[in-house]
Design a binder for this molecule. Structure first.
Ligand SMILES: [Zn+2]
Length: 202
């Protein structure tokens, strides 16, 4: 009769994904973590106030995203002011109703179309190719799918238009991010995207 070895339960570390016997891993904030990953994982959990995913992602919250939007708005404002200079001869004419009113309608419509077009292309091209607008890059944020993949064209376009809906409903779609455990705004929920700190992406 051979001696029976007790069956050890093997668990995968949520951070490095290597298998460990259950006795060698501890559960922290709902995730199994090995001894090697524990210090780094703990400090991430502390730093984020708990908004860290099983993959170790650190989600961007409402205010940092608000800051990123402000930077984007500022940059787009400068581009649009320059467009106004080219079309109307006055830098920032879009903020001057008296100047705008005196311009021919064709020019005003052209300005509106180009303005929206620039805003659309800015967001969609940067999200698709860089995973972040310049504002998000400046604060170290990245937009990814929930599985960690980068955003395809369809998702970028859909997310752009959904972000209008988020803004239209009294910004409630944005404010939702502040109360979600994964910091998802409405357009993140609909498009299955997450806004995370680039550093925390392995
Ligand atoms: Zn590990």
């Amino acid at each position: 009769m051979s001696e029976q070895t007790p069956v050890q339960t093997v668990l995968a570390c949520s951070q490095c994904r290597r298998p460990f016997p259950q006795s060698d891993v501890v559960q922290i904030a709902g995730n199994w973590v090995c001894a090697g990953c524990k210090p780094g994982y703990l400090s991430r959990v502390m730093a984020s106030g708990g908004a860290t995913s099983a993959q170790g992602w650190h989600y961007g919250g409402f205010w940092i995203r608000f800051g990123a939007r402000m930077i984007d708005g500022f940059l787009l404002g400068i581009v649009q002011a320059s467009l106004a200079l080219a079309l109307f001869g006055t830098f920032g004419a879009q903020f001057m109703p008296n100047v705008i009113r005196s311009e021919p309608q064709g020019l005003r419509v052209s300005f509106q179309i180009l303005s929206y077009g620039i805003g659309f292309l800015y967001e969609v091209l940067f999200l698709h190719y860089r995973g972040a607008t310049l504002g998000k890059m400046a604060v170290g944020l990245q937009v990814v799918r929930s599985n960690g993949e980068s955003l395809g064209w369809g998702v970028c376009v859909a997310r752009y238009f959904m972000s209008f809906v988020s803004a239209l409903i009294l910004l409630i779609g944005y404010i939702m991010a502040g109360f979600d455990s994964e910091k998802r705004a409405l357009h993140d929920r609909v498009c299955d995207t997450r806004v995370v700190y680039k550093q925390s992406l392995a």
